[in-house]
Design a protein around this ligand. Sequence first.
Ligand SMILES: NC(=O)c1ccc[n+]([C@@H]2O[C@H](COP(=O)([O-])OP(=O)(O)OC[C@H]3O[C@@H](n4cnc5c(N)ncnc54)[C@H](OP(=O)(O)O)[C@@H]3O)[C@@H](O)[C@H]2O)c1
Length: 245
Amino acid sequence: MIQETRTAIVTGASRGIGAEIARQLAAEGIAVTVNHANSPDAAEAVVAEIVGKGGRAVAARTDLTDPAAARALFDRAEAAFGPVDILVNNAGTMKVAPLAETDDAQIDAHVALNLAAPLRLMREASRRLGDGGRIVNLSTSVIGLYQPGYGIYAATKAGVEALTHVVAKELAPRGITVNAVAPGPVGTDLFFLGKSEALVEQIRRMNPFGRLGTPEDIARVVVFLASEQAGWINGQVIRANGGVI
Ligand SMILES: NC(=O)c1ccc[n+]([C@@H]2O[C@H](COP(=O)([O-])OP(=O)(O)OC[C@H]3O[C@@H](n4cnc5c(N)ncnc54)[C@H](OP(=O)(O)O)[C@@H]3O)[C@@H](O)[C@H]2O)c1
């Protein structure tokens, strides 16, 4: 049975898409654990904004590249709000470079945060989410483009999509759904890093809507998938990108 007050963990919620997911979930009355690794002030600001509007939230500093992080994050969330109903695997990193120009550290950083962390968190969620729970993973629409420079990033997100399909079937008997949202370009730190204004403009024009996505565009989809109304959507990847791909 779902608790009266539902609770969520949002990874990487100190800024960008994750912060907006945390805000929108809290606006639905859900108690949110706002995870981050390196931005305590930003995470506390997200928490303060939510609490200031009458919501419930707590910051949880946990570096998800640590193999012990998944268990620690669930422990922290449960201590704050009780059993977890919703896990949003949002934290991610992206550095664009042709494979020949990458080093082991770049491969390891992407695999650790974008793939191994959601894998461990989904395993933890499989053990600890209540019946009727929700898992929403962040993938990316660049998987469909096979663009040069995106190899490591796209490979880690393809792994997340594979896990989404498998774990969806494993958890369905308990009424838990597992889905992914695959945004196109969204105006956040992750997207702007290393791009010239000319390149940003070119990407903006590629979209049929003539603009980048916003964290709000993406968070709305995540919140719907996390809702009780979305119970018949399972094992799906929603490409929220304005129709660019
Ligand atoms: N922006 C886009 O165009 C776009 C497109 C498609 C998919 N996505 C996906 O959407 C998700 C969110 O992206 P975004 O653009 O919002 O990124 P962002 O603005 O760079 O934010 C990344 C978040 O992840 C957190 N984080 C980084 N390293 C962490 C770690 N080791 N442990 C825990 N948290 C960590 C960051 O917090 P701290 O720095 O405080 O640790 C921050 O809150 C990612 O999975 C990304 O791949 C983004």
